[in-house]
Design a protein. Structure first.
Length: 100
């Protein structure tokens, strides 16, 4: 039996966030508005899911300013990248087992 799927990542919206951030290079960040646009999520909904991912240690949220305008940048932490790798491995194992 494959490992249980990580419930923090398994929620559809959080899976989309983590998968999008995992596509970035190591050390790269994505701005909150860019991620919001890519995922077509409301700011409130995205913020809620990001908080859960941040609380789990999977996402790093960096708040700064560009001039006088607040800016928020997002990236997967090493722990988040490892959790996503484990999640995708568990899902792959589950799918392979379903076909047997």
């Amino acid at each position: 039996m494959p490992e249980d799927l990580d419930p923090v990542i398994h929620a559809t919206a959080r899976l989309r966030v983590v998968a999008t951030l995992a596509a970035l290079g190591e050390g790269d960040e994505l701005s909150f508005p860019k991620l919001q646009k890519l995922l077509e999520m409301t700011a409130g909904n995205l913020s809620t899911h990001l908080r859960k991912l941040e609380d789990a240690g999977y996402v790093r949220v960096t708040k700064t300013h560009v001039g006088r305008t607040p800016a928020t940048y997002l990236a997967l932490t090493p722990r988040g990248r490892a959790a996503f790798d484990e999640y995708t491995a568990a899902l792959t194992a589950l799918l392979k087992g379903a076909g047997s």
